[in-house]
Design a protein around this ligand. Structure first.
Ligand SMILES: [Cu+2]
Length: 286
C-alpha cells in the first residue's frame, strides 16, 4: 500500500509534463486560435506560456519532492521518522522566492501592458504628435463603437475625412457628422496595418472581446476608450460582449471583418452608396 501512494503521486508530475507539451499543439491552451492573429496578441500568449512554464516547473518540483519523501518512508521500515518544529530558514526561502518570481513577472510584462493600454505607446500612426501639430502618418480612428443594450453601434468617419490631430478626433467623437457611415454588429477593418477604435457605452457596462485578436476591453459609462490591434490575416473574427449586461446579453454577438485595404475601402464606398441612396437617382456620394 505504501508503494501505491508513491506511484499515485508520481503520476501527476508526469501527466502535467505531458499536458504542457500536448496542450498547445492540440489547441487546448488557447482554444480561440493558435497562434494569436495579432503581433501583440502573440506577445500576450508568450506571457501565458511563461507563466505556464513557471507554474508547471514548480508543480513538478514539489511533486517530485513529495514522491521522494513517500519513497524514503516506504523503503525504510526500520528507521524512526524525524520530527521537526519547522524551519525559519525554509520559511524565509519559500517566501522570498515566490515573491521574487511574482516581481519578475510584474516587471517582465510591463512593456506588453503599456503597448496594449497606454495610448502614448500605440503604434506611431495612431498617435498624433501634439494637440495641434499632428503627425505625418497620423490616421486617427477607423470607427467609434458604442455598446448599448443589446447591440454594438459602429460609426465610421466618412472616407473623405482626414484627421490631422487629436483635437479633430475629439471633435468628431463629440459631434456625429452627417457624412458618417453606420453599421450594427459588423465592424470592418483593414489588415496588416494597426487600427484604432474608440469604445463607449450608452447605458450599462459592456465588454468588447475579440478572442482571436486577443483584444478585450470594458466599455465603461462616461469613458471613451481607445483600443488598437493589427490583424495579420484577412478573416471574420468572432466578437462578443463579455460582460453580463442584461437579459439580451447573448444578442451582442457580432463580427470583426479584417480585409485587405482595397476591400475595406470598397466596403466603405458601398456602405456610403446604400446609406445615401434616395431611391430616385443613381446612388452618389455627392
Ligand atoms: Cu453587453
Amino acid at each position: 500500500m505504501k508503494y501505491f501512494w508513491v506511484f499515485f503521486f508520481a503520476v501527476f508530475p508526469l501527466a502535467v509534463l505531458g499536458l504542457c507539451f500536448a496542450a498547445p499543439s492540440m489547441n487546448w491552451w488557447f482554444p480561440y486560435g493558435n497562434p494569436a492573429m495579432t503581433p501583440l496578441g502573440q506577445q500576450i500568449d508568450g506571457l501565458f506560456y511563461l507563466i505556464l512554464g513557471i507554474t508547471g516547473a514548480t508543480f513538478v518540483g514539489t511533486q517530485i519532492a513529495l514522491v521522494y519523501v513517500l519513497w524514503r518512508g516506504a523503503v525504510d521500515t526500520e528507521g524512526k521518522a524525524h520530527f521537526s518544529h519547522g524551519s525559519h530558514e525554509l520559511e524565509v526561502i519559500w517566501t522570498i522566492v515566490p515573491a521574487g518570481i511574482l516581481l519578475f513577472i510584474a516587471l517582465y510584462q510591463m512593456d506588453v501592458w503599456a503597448n496594449y493600454r497606454i495610448k502614448a505607446n500605440f503604434p506611431s500612426g495612431l498617435v498624433a504628435a501634439g494637440e495641434e501639430g499632428g503627425h505625418a502618418e497620423f490616421s486617427g480612428p477607423i470607427a467609434e463603437v458604442t455598446a448599448r443594450q443589446f447591440e454594438w453601434r459602429i460609426r465610421y468617419p466618412s472616407p473623405d475625412r482626414v484627421f490631422h490631430n487629436e483635437r479633430e478626433v475629439r471633435e468628431w467623437l463629440r459631434n456625429p457628422q452627417p457624412d458618417d457611415l453606420h453599421t450594427v454588429n459588423d465592424l470592418h477593418s483593414p489588415t496588416q496595418e494597426p487600427v484604432m477604435i474608440y469604445l463607449r457605452t450608452e447605458d450599462v457596462q459592456h465588454s468588447f472581446f475579440v478572442p482571436e485578436l486577443r483584444v478585450k476591453q470594458d466599455a465603461v459609462p462616461g469613458l471613451v476608450i481607445p483600443i488598437w490591434w493589427q490583424a495579420l490575416k484577412p478573416d471574420e473574427y468572432e466578437w462578443t460582449c463579455t460582460e453580463l449586461c442584461g437579459w439580451g446579453h447573448y444578442k451582442m454577438k457580432a463580427r470583426v471583418v479584417a480585409e485587405p485595404a482595397e476591400d475595406y475601402e470598397a466596403f466603405l464606398e458601398s456602405l456610403r452608396e446604400s446609406q445615401f441612396d434616395d431611391g430616385f437617382q443613381t446612388a452618389s456620394a455627392e
